[in-house]
Design a protein around this ligand. Structure first.
Ligand SMILES: NC(=O)c1ccc[n+]([C@@H]2O[C@H](COP(=O)([O-])OP(=O)(O)OC[C@H]3O[C@@H](n4cnc5c(N)ncnc54)[C@H](O)[C@@H]3O)[C@@H](O)[C@H]2O)c1
Length: 327
């Protein structure tokens, strides 16, 4: 099939493009190339690239022509940036999703909205299911929840053939280093301090990006229109446990850990039940015990990918965010 992947130059979108190319699809990527979007993530892949924003109806019309389905990854994705500057989150998640839904409605094609466990908020015990209430706690998760509700409204009102797939915390190759795992790996490889929020005991449910990409693929091919599917990883860990494992894998010790002021409104624990997407035949391939060492190796071996980021705007962002210098 000919498929439009919005936000396909990002971390998970580019993993998904690889899955669909391997299945024989023709892929068009529409991406605004924000600081987090990179052509390098699609290097050596045969795709058609349209540089533009999902909130731009002309760019969307150019990209969607001839496509039989649309998968939307395009988003602002960093909670800390949403706390400092929420405007781009509202524009992309609200206006952008609206423009895409209108284009999908007039083209009459299938649609998958990529979403996050963060729309459910924090959970002390047990796991969220697809029928758990939405209780987002940051501008990031609130605008993602708004986009999900807009999709649901289009399904109900116009009979759009759309599904939503909500993932837990992703890790793996090509993740922008502002996120926990690549941040800690690159700092540890450089012998720089590792900033840990609060007491480090926040719990996250880790899924490898290849597994989340395969779950979205399953929903695209087999999901029932109007349904939501959660895709959580097989492991839950406290942030401090993740950091300690990275220190071990990089030959560093705990003297590099620096506790820093906690994120405002920091959710304590996320956890997703994935029974519904498993019933469609999906299951994760990666355990964290194998996925984390493979991810550390990828960053160690791919300095060409991260060096331009670490020496650019990111350095300024990092130093302002944590009050720490990068070496
Ligand atoms: N990273 C995670 O842990 C995680 C977990 C669950 C769900 N998600 C969701 O998965 C999706 C992808 O996340 P990611 O981690 O790959 O993010 P990312 O930040 O690496 O990539 C986002 C991509 O979207 C593009 N983009 C941003 N705004 C755009 C716009 N207005 N128009 C067109 N393109 C735009 C960026 O240039 C970039 O290529 C997001 O919707 C996110 O909410 C992420």
């Amino acid at each position: 099939m000919k498929l439009l992947v919005c936000g396909g130059a990002g971390f998970i979108g580019s993993a998904f493009v690889r899955v669909r190319l391997a299945a024989g699809d023709e892929v068009v990527v529409l991406d605004k190339l924000t600081y987090a979007g990179r052509r390098e993530n699609l290097q050596d892949l045969e795709i058609e690239f349209v540089h533009g924003a999902i909130e731009d109806p002309d760019a969307v019309a150019r990209a969607i022509a001839g496509c039989e389905a649309v998968v939307n990854f395009a988003a602002e994705t960093h909670v800390d940036r949403s706390i400092a500057e929420p405007d781009a989150f509202v524009r992309t998640h609200a206006q952008g999703t609206y423009v895409l839904l209108e284009a999908v409605r007039s083209a009459g094609v299938r649609y998958v909205q990529v979403s996050t466990d963060e729309v459910y908020g924090s959970i002390e015990e047990g796991s969220f299911t697809e029928s758990s209430p939405l209780a987002p706690s940051s501008p990031y998760s609130a605008t993602k929840a708004g986009a999900d509700l807009l999709v649901a409204g289009y399904v109900h009102t116009y009979g759009l053939e759309a599904c939503i797939c909500r993932g837990s915390n992703n890790y793996g190759p090509r993740q922008y280093p502002e996120k926990l795992i690549p941040l800690m790996i690159l700092n540890a490889l450089h012998g720089d301090p590792l900033p840990v929020y609060g007491d480090g005991k926040n719990v996250r449910n880790w899924i490898h990006a290849e597994d989340f990409a395969r779950a979205i693929d399953t929903v695209l091919l087999k999901g029932t229109p109007g349904e939501v599917y959660n895709a959580g990883g097989p492991d839950e860990l406290e942030n401090l446990d993740v950091v300690t494992r990275i220190l071990e894998l990089t030959g560093q010790d705990e003297s590099l850990i620096r506790y820093v002021t906690d994120r405002k409104g920091h959710d304590r624990r996320y956890s997703l039940s994935s029974d519904k997407v498993r019933s469609l035949g999906w299951e994760p391939n990666w355990l964290f015990a194998e996925g984390l060492p493979a991810t550390v190796d990828w960053y160690r071996d791919n300095e060409w990918w991260w060096e331009p980021i670490r020496s650019g705007e990111y350095r300024q962002y990092y130093e302002q965010q944590y009050g720490l210098k990068l070496g």
